[in-house]
Design a protein around this ligand. Structure first.
Ligand code: HEC
Ligand code: HEC
Length: 185
């Protein structure tokens, strides 16, 4: 009985040792995968843009088009846009001083140069000190869409390059991953 127990213990010990070896080998061989997983996981927090969370901005600046995340442009661009609302891409945008102050504060505080998101850093890196009036004029953004023909942007369900949410199904969440792109027919 005692011998059997000892044998069983030995067997159990051996099995455990084999398991440990297998685990070590397994960990070593899948180390690359685990690393990639961790890196991707880490990206989730820093890659995507913070979703719009300012009611005044959503209401006044999301009335005619998608409410672009402030991190898509540097504060210098937002200041220029807000200074020229009477001549806003062929439209006249009326904005009372109260909401205008709130919107200015929100857009400048959360502009690309203040965002930790990877995409915002790419935008800043490619712009340098440039302050374009359009996100669609940013070279990094244009480059990402260079394979799309102009015809695609003119499709009724798209309308223009500025209509991010037409193709980026998760644009409102600040997610512009290619996995979430569906181009309307
Ligand atoms: C009366 C309608 C209207 C309102 C309200 C409006 N916009 Fe626009 N906006 C437009 C039009 C039209 C365009 C050009 C879109 C196009 O070319 O397809 C535009 C374009 C833009 C673009 C450039 C998009 C690109 O191509 O990258 C930005 C940025 C922008 N608006 C910001 C704002 C902000 C900030 C506000 C709020 C203060 C605002 N808009 C309110 C009509 C409006
Ligand atoms: C007509 C559809 C369409 C519109 C409109 C559009 N996009 Fe895209 N976008 C795409 C496609 C397609 C890609 C490339 C996906 C790929 O590389 O496979 C892309 C790629 C991107 C990428 C890079 C994604 C990555 O993982 O590298 C960003 C960022 C982006 N778009 C932002 C925008 C923004 C901001 C707007 C609006 C100002 C916009 N897009 C408008 C279709 C569109």
């Amino acid at each position: 009985m005692k011998r059997f127990t000892k044998g069983a213990r030995l067997a159990a010990g051996l099995a455990a040792a084999v398991t440990i070896i297998a685990l070590v080998v397994g960990t070593a061989s899948s180390d690359h995968g685990r690393h990639r997983y961790r890196r991707r996981h880490h990206d989730y927090g820093s890659k995507h843009l913070a979703p719009v969370n300012n009611p005044a901005y959503k209401q006044h600046c999301g009335a005619c088009h998608f409410a672009y995340q402030p991190a898509l442009l540097p504060s210098g661009s937002w200041i220029k846009i807000l200074a020229r609302l009477d001549k806003h891409f062929g439209q006249q945008v009326e904005l009372d001083p109260g909401p205008k102050k709130i919107i200015t504060g929100y857009l400048t505080a959360n502009a690309a140069e203040h965002s930790p998101a990877k995409r915002a850093r790419r935008i800043m890196r490619c712009l340098g000190t440039d302050t374009p009036l359009r996100i669609t004029d940013i070279p990094y953004i244009r480059r990402k869409h260079r394979k799309l023909s102009a015809v695609v942007f003119k499709r009724p369900k798209v309308g223009s390059f500025s209509n991010c949410a037409a193709c980026h199904t998760s644009a409102a969440r600040g997610v512009y991953d290619d996995d979430d792109v569906r181009i309307p027919k």
